[in-house]
Ligand binder design. Structure first.
Ligand SMILES: Nc1ncnc2c1ncn2[C@@H]1O[C@H](COP(=O)(O)OP(=O)(O)OP(=O)(O)O)[C@@H](O)[C@H]1O
Length: 569
């Protein structure tokens, strides 16, 4: 795998300096041996100047390579992240929901242990520059004594490989931390740490007094992770002892051989000086370098990014599936199942939504109502059948987005490109009986809806639901024709539900409305009610019609009515 192919992403302004400094660092060291030899042979100011220039130039290039490399890496990462984000945004939802794809997107965007793909690309170029310097040095040395050059180069390459294997190779200490067992241990410890100190479980931690228990669990989990790591690090320390001994022996052998050849009259003093400088360049490669960490860790986000970008960006359904934008949404003989589940959720389902219809979908938990919404909106592609997608639907999902942004933006995000005024936002809020929300917000529409921002406020579940509904109404006002709402009033109390739903019906008069709800008080107002069961439509009709039918709908209705009567008694 060649990470250096990412380098052009840095753009010529960053790529060129990096290239010049890398080449300078690679060639100026070996080149400095030429004036050095001439200086010892015949002296001369020009030789002194050339030697100094070459040596200083090498230092200069090596030093400037760092900032040039950092700038190039930042740019490469910026470009790559933008591409990964674009690919993730364009990806079919079913693919994005795959945990492996999510892990790849996260890894590509955040890097691995502080290292990124850009850093790895720059480090690989640096490693190539170091290897080139060693090769040129070996060539200079070989011009005098080829066997010393060959031995020094072989030793250096072997040492370099050995250090890399010990630190970042498979089974090395760095990859130990990436092993599935260690990752799991660290994740467990991280989760426990977040539980003890974070806000996620803060209420229960206090009420049930489980902090001591959790801290004990955290310490045990951390110990389970740290023990093998410490063992691995001890092995590295021992391994380094061997590397150091070999390095010293190699240097002693190289310089000893050069001294012996000089004493024997084979090498002149000038050739000796040139060979010593060249040998130092060769041996330096054997000492390894920090680049290997950048390459090893940064390769992971790079590979993850390549996997994300290589994904076909369109859905890849089986041959019979088709999807087309439609006037009104429709499913024709649609079968859909989630990956890894033997049974499809929906089987050969036919559902055509009529223009202007108020359609309600009911069914037990897990019957496939939300799945149906995702199919109707084109977020999922079925395994077979045809979907006429509701391309211009405003949708309120069950797990609607709660943006930690000002209230105004939370509403506006229903149609971000729409020319808007605060009056439009307020009208959308009024449509779902949410204007009283503003009373609790110190900066009105500008108040961020999260306490983690200065001046921000948290909302209750019901208030959030009204904001999500207002967003959908705003989208309708901006031109969307169809409203699809999945459990629109689940977080609202009975009075608020009644109020909101009445207003919503009024506001969307004449528009197509698809409504998913467990509440019969809401559902009964629909023109048509579809009962989903066993992946298919079990019953359909108006409220009175379904009650008269005496089937599932009538049974569930009886149960809910009895329950409400029981609780209100
Ligand atoms: N992303 C997913 N991956 C795998 N299985 C899923 C996924 N989403 C839903 N399911 C499963 O598909 C089935 C249908 O789920 P769906 O959410 O469509 O049901 P629902 O009728 O909306 O349920 P509820 O009334 O509880 O909201 C369930 O068994 C659920 O566990």
């Amino acid at each position: 795998m060649s990470l250096v192919r990412l380098l052009p992403l840095a753009g010529s302004r960053r790529f060129l300096p990096l290239g010049v400094f890398s080449v300078g660092a690679a060639v100026l060291g070996p080149l400095s041996t030429i004036p050095l030899r001439r200086l010892i042979d015949h002296g001369g100011a020009t030789e002194v100047a050339a030697l100094l220039l070459a040596l200083l130039g090498q230092e200069f290039c090596a030093a400037l390579r760092e900032p040039a490399g950092a700038a190039a890496a930042r740019r490469i990462d910026g470009v790559l992240r933008a591409r990964v984000r674009a690919a993730a945004t364009a990806m079919p939802l079913a693919r994005l929901e795959n945990p492996q794809v999510q892990a790849d997107v996260r890894l590509a965007l955040t890097g691995h242990r502080g290292r990124t793909a850009g850093m790895a690309a720059v480090a690989q170029a640096g490693e190539a520059s170091r290897a080139a310097a060693a090769l040129f040095g070996a060539a200079v040395l070989a011009a005098h004594v080829w066997w010393v050059a060959a031995a020094a180069l072989a030793l250096s390459v072997a040492q370099n490989r050995r250090i890399a294997a010990m630190l970042v190779g498979p089974g090395g200490v760095e990859s130990l931390a990436d092993s599935p067992e260690q990752v799991l241990r660290l994740r467990r410890a991280g989760y426990l740490a977040e539980l003890t100190g974070g806000p996620r479980a803060a209420k229960e931690v206090r009420v049930f007094g489980v902090d001591g228990f959790l801290i004990g669990r955290y310490v045990a989990a951390m110990r389970a992770f740290v023990t093998p790591q410490a063992r691995g690090r001890r092995a590295v320390v021992h391994g380094y002892g061997v590397v150091l001994a070999l390095q010293l022996a190699g240097a002693a052998g190289t310089f000893g051989a050069l001294a012996w050849l000089t004493a024997a009259g084979t090498l002149t003093a000038a050739a000796l000086a040139q060979s010593v400088l060249a040998a130092l360049l060769v041996l330096a490669y054997g000492a390894g370098g920090h680049q290997m960490f950048e390459i090893a860790h940064g390769s992971k986000p790079y590979e993850a990014a390549m996997r994300v970008l290589d994904q076909p960006l369109t859905a890849a359904p089986t041959a019979t599936a088709a999807e087309e934008p439609a006037e009104e949404p429709a499913l024709v003989r649609v079968t859909f199942g989630y990956p890894g589940r033997a049974e499809p959720v929906l089987k050969e389902l036919d559902l055509r939504v009529r223009p202007g219809e108020r359609l309600a979908v009911v069914g037990l938990n897990g019957a496939g109502k939300t799945t149906l919404v995702k199919l109707l909106t084109g977020l999922y592609t079925p395994q077979s059948g045809t979907v006429g997608t509701a391309g211009d639907a405003a949708v309120v999902f069950q797990d609607f987005a709660r943006y930690s942004l000002p209230l105004r933006d939370n509403v506006r995000l229903g149609a971000p490109a729409h020319e808007w005024t605060d009056a439009d936002v307020l009208a959308a809020l009024a449509a779902v009986d949410a204007l009283d929300l503003l009373e609790g917000l110190p900066q009105g529409l500008d108040t961020p809806l999260s306490r983690s921002f200065t001046g921000g406020r948290d909302l209750s579940g019901g208030q959030w639901q009204k904001v999500a509904l207002a967003r959908a109404v705003y989208a309708l006002d901006a031109g969307r024709r169809i409203l699809i709402v999945d459990e629109p009033t689940a977080h609202l109390d009975a009075r608020a539900e009644q109020e909101v739903f009445e207003r919503l019906l009024e506001r969307t008069r004449g528009r197509t409305l698809v409504l998913i709800s467990h509440r019969f008080a809401t559902v009964r107002r629909a023109d048509r009610i579809v009962v989903l069961d066993g992946g298919a439509i079990a019953e359909q009709g108006g409220h009175a019609e379904l009650l008269a039918m005496g089937g599932r709908y009538a049974r569930w209705h009886r149960l809910q009515t009895a329950l409400i009567a029981g609780t209100s008694r």
